[in-house]
Design a binder for this molecule. Structure first.
Ligand code: NAD
Ligand code: UD1
Length: 338
């Protein structure tokens, strides 16, 4: 298929680009490079020996998107372009709503005008908010508690309205849990600017000596060791979920009583912060010093997926272990630090 991949230069998008190229799809990347670097393109070419088309531009530019859909005879779009930092979304909500929601609306407008009606959307487990029950199934109510999460939720609502109105649309929304790890080459990975907010990139920086120790945010949660529990998923497994979604995009199945097809993308297993620290230490034979700090505002005790719906209907299942996530994550960081 000819795929338009928005946000394809970013952490997750670059991994999806590789999976698509590996499966012989033709890939066109649209990215404004607001949170990524043009060097990623060279890594993609080097690893895959294939050349994706790359256009530097913004999804908010409807005419540009429509032109790309026509020029590259696009069959389906995978839409990742968006801003994703929860804390920043609290301080700059309008920027988040503009970029994420207007970006999605612009894309949908362009797709409709070109009659390209196949879409895989990058959503997040954040749409669920504070869990009422675990594991979190797709039946769990959505009550996102920050502007980033709400932007994802509102986009899903827009997509639902669209599929109700026009049955020709084929849309799948994937709700990612906590993506970590890197491609086996170690050439692409999660490389946040400045001090990382997320656990795995922070552990990487402790391992490489850029930080003296990990700050463990709280050890008094109602979890086995008191630290927060999450469903970490290898970014390569996550990428493969997009291939599975594309394979099922036009099956027109309404899998449950919702207009929009959405799927949890996680492993179904929860690991605590200390579990991850110990797995990282064991896998990489390194010490990760840590100190206990107060809880981080807005954090929840536990979040992990019930991934059965994706397993059953997309024929997709996460395969890689927490050890593999830790190994590949450090492999990327080592390459970066050299
Ligand atoms: P990322 O920031 O590495 O990648 C996003 C890419 O989109 C960047 O390359 C950025 O330059 C580009 N971009 C942003 N706004 C754009 C715009 N208006 N037009 C064109 N390009 C634009 O983030 P990521 O971690 O790869 O996340 C990709 C998607 O997955 C995002 O939509 C994010 O919300 C979603 N997601 C990420 C996580 C996670 O933990 N990383 C979890 C759940 C969902
Ligand atoms: C955060 C976002 C979520 C987003 C996800 C992936 C919040 C509230 N949620 O999820 O919307 O989808 O990132 O980008 O920000 N931890 C530490 N020390 C650290 C960093 C993290 O102890 O330096 C702990 C956290 O308290 C948490 C766990 O590690 O228990 C995972 O944190 P993180 O990687 O930031 O992901 P989430 O908070 O689950």
């Amino acid at each position: 298929m000819n795929i338009l991949l928005t946000g394809g230069m970013g952490y997750i998008g670059s991994h999806i680009a590789l999976s698509l190229l590996h499966d012989k799809h033709k890939v066109t990347i649209l990215d404004n490079l607001s949170n990524s670097n043009i060097e990623v393109l060279n890594s993609l070419k080097f690893i895959s020996s294939e050349e994706p088309n790359f256009i530097k531009g913004d999804v908010i530019n409807t005419e540009l998107v429509a032109k790309l859909l026509k020029d590259y005879k696009v069959d389906a779009v995978i839409h990742l372009a968006g801003l994703k930092a929860v804390g920043e979304s609290v301080s700059r909500p309008v920027m988040y709503y503009k970029n994420n929601i207007l970006g999605a609306v612009s894309l949908l407008e362009a797709m409709k005008s070109c009659n390209v009606l196949n879409l895989v959307f990058s959503s997040s487990a954040t749409v669920y908010g504070i869990p009422n029950f675990l594991p979190i199934s797709e039946e769990h109510p959505c009550k996102p508690n920050n502007p980033y999460g709400r932007s994802k939720f509102y986009i899903e609502e827009i997509l639902s309205d669209l599929v109700i109105t026009d049955k020709n649309w084929n849309i799948i929304s994937l709700r990612y849990f906590n993506p970590v790890g890197s491609h086996e080459s170690g050439l692409i990975g999660d490389h946040p600017n400045g001090i990382p907010n997320n656990l795995m990139p922070f552990i990487n920086q402790v391992a490489s000596g850029q930080q003296t120790h990990l700050k463990v945010f709280g050890n008094d949660y109602d979890t086995p060791d008191g630290t927060g529990v999450r469903d970490y998923i290898h970014v390569e497994d996550l990428s493969n979920a997009h291939l599975a979604a594309l394979n099922n995009i036009d099956s027109n199945n309404n899998y449950q009583n919702y207009p929009l097809n959405f799927f949890n993308i996680g492993t179904g297993k929860g690991y605590s912060v200390l579990d991850v620290v110990h797995a990282f230490e064991l896998a990489n034979r390194l010490d990760i010093p840590y100190k206990i700090y107060p809880r981080r505002d807005g954090d929840i005790a536990s979040s992990f997926a019930d991934p059965k719906k994706a397993n059953n209907f997309l024929g997709w299942k996460a395969k890689q272990s927490i050890d593999e996530m830790c190994l590949s994550s450090w492999n990327f960081q080592k390459n970066k630090s050299q």
